[in-house]
Design a binder for this molecule. Structure first.
Ligand code: ADP
Ligand code: MG
Length: 500
């Protein structure tokens, strides 16, 4: 870049901690950290260990005293982060949850406008940022026409246009197919080579990022089984030091360590059983008249996992919603067998939401779109209440799910305040509460650490096999996560690249 190249930022933390006002436990506490200008740090830690909280603090957006309590000091170039906003550029965890404006140019310019950058300076910055992320689309291109990988690069461009000396990336590739992940990683690499900016990147699946980073910092120790006073730094060093010397210990904390795969459940004990759902000549469309995938001819059976894979934009989520009775087929049919329909008629799209509850359960890709209630406990009660189950039954189902999905300590928390991984577990638990025979899961393991990953995979396996006296279910799992498919012995349906 030119004379406008940002000066790389230095970070320091001394006894830093933060407790959200609504929580008893500190999200992080006793953090001591020095990051030199230009260092490239991979920040790891279990689900809910405070990684996003630390990035928000560094970006100066954590909120004031009414939102929580802080302790110790956090500095960027010696100044409190909220006094030097713009020195840090944050790309948040879930790109769908961020303000995405209708046009690419406006979206990338948004951060600069917030910072009060003069208008005639904004557009050159926007073009430069788009060039840096390697995205060659017109400024008036519609953002909703972009693939997941392109959206992630738009978010990255928005942060870069602010010319940050510190780039903060929160799980930037978790939602992407493997090629999308590599292309975003490469874009970040080019940016760092040209700007020299300091990097802190959070990602669970670290293989993609290892070639780019020179240091790993691990947060941990919080959570149900850990210290009551919040996460601290568990490990800090070069990737070799941290993963090589302390790999086993960190894996036990839930960190994904290359070469230490998480535990897999037992393979299915029986052959797949009765057919529950069939498709014939099925084509699916988000918008009427523009099919994105199909034709699909499949029989979904109890006792098996059907894995749906394919690149970003191939129509996997659209297929999932159509199978789940939430979207009408664009062509062809989705038909429930008599066993599944149980008197409700053959077309799931005609079922009432109450009929769906015990027949087909869905977990959408973005948890925020699915959370309805004021507390975690109430969220889990929504389905059982709609079924008018007796109070005692509701309470026992909900308590069991809170335990199994490691959410018990969050029972009275507001679902929207959970970490990304906690939200994912909550939407899975809420779906399980009505015990549907068919479950459609869109990226079920997104945002999970190795420990919660293994727990979720175990729950899916027990649904498939019908353990504990319940009938075997059929599972449709849409995923980029190859390990999930292997662990569950899934039959795989691959959707080819996007059309339309
Ligand atoms: P990570 O990114 O490591 O998964 P987070 O930083 O998102 O974890 O969350 C750390 C802890 O703080 C979790 O227990 C989470 O539930 C809690 N938390 C996160 N955001 C909020 C919020 N806005 N209000 C209350 N608690 C929160
Ligand atoms: Mg997070």
């Amino acid at each position: 870049m030119t004379a406008t190249t940002p000066v790389p930022a230095a970070v320091s933390a001394r006894g830093w901690g933060w407790r959200y006002a609504s929580r008893l436990r500190w999200a992080a506490r006793g953090i001591d950290l020095d990051i030199a200008p230009g260092e490239r740090v991979l920040l790891l830690g279990g689900s809910g260990s405070g990684k996003s909280t630390l990035l928000h603090a560094l970006a100066g957006v954590l909120g004031g005293d009414e939102e929580g309590q802080h302790e110790g000091a956090l500095r960027i170039d010696g100044a409190p982060p909220q006094e030097v906003r713009g020195r840090a550029g944050l790309v948040q965890q879930d790109p769908d949850a961020q303000a995405v404006l209708a046009r690419v140019g406006d979206d990338v310019a948004f951060g600069c406008e917030n910072l009060g950058v003069p208008r005639d300076e904004i557009w050159p910055r926007v073009r430069e940022a788009l060039d840096l992320v390697g995205l060659d689309v017109p400024l008036d291109h519609h953002t909703n026409a972009l693939s997941g990988g392109q959206k992630q690069r738009i978010a990255l461009a928005g942060a870069l246009a602010m010319r940050p000396g510190l780039l903060l990336l929160d799980e930037p590739t978790a939602n992407l197919d493997p090629e999308g992940a590599v292309s975003v990683r490469d874009a970040v690499g080019r940016i760092l080579d040209r700007t020299g900016a300091t990097l802190v990147v959070v990602e669970h699946r670290i293989d993609v990022w290892l070639p780019l980073v020179d240091r790993i910092v691990v947060l941990g120790g919080s959570g149900e089984s850990g210290r009551e006073d919040g996460s601290a730094i568990l490990a800090d060093g070069t990737p070799d030091e941290v993963l090589g010397q302390r790999g086993a210990e960190l894996a036990a904390q839930g960190v994904w360590v290359p070469g230490i795969p998480p535990r897999h459940p037992a393979p299915p004990a029986r052959e797949p059983g009765e057919a529950l759902l069939e498709t014939r000549g099925l084509e699916v469309a988000r918008v009427t008249g523009r099919p994105v995938a199909g034709p699909v001819d499949e029989v979904v059976r109890a006792g098996e996992v059907l894995g749906v894979i394919g690149p970003n934009g191939a129509g996997k989520s659209t297929l999932g919603r159509t199978l789940a009775g939430l979207l009408p087929p664009a062509a062809g049919v989705v038909e429930a067998t008599a066993r599944l329909a149980d008197g409700a008629g053959p077309a799931p799209i005609r079922w009432s939401s109450r009929q769906l509850l015990t027949r087909i359960g869905t977990v959408l890709q973005s948890p925020d779109h699915q959370l309805l209630a004021r507390t975690v406990r109430r969220e889990l009660e929504v389905g059982p209440r709609a079924l008018k189950l007796p109070e005692r039954e509701i309470a026992s189902r909900v308590d069991e799910l809170l335990e199994r999905l490691r959410l018990a300590s969050l029972a009275e928390s507001n679902p929207h305040t959970l970490s990304g991984g906690e939200k994912r577990r909550l939407t899975v638990a809420a779906m399980l509460a009505t015990r549907p025979r068919v479950v459609v899961l869109d990226e079920p393991t997104f945002g999970q650490d190795a420990r919660t990953w293994a727990e979720l995979v175990d729950i899916i396996a027990s649904l498939r096999d019908g353990r504990d006296g319940s009938e075997a279910s059929a599972v449709v799992a849409i995923t980029h996560d190859q390990d999930v498919l292997e662990a569950l012995h899934a039959r795989v349906l691959r959707l080819p690249g996007g059309r339309g």
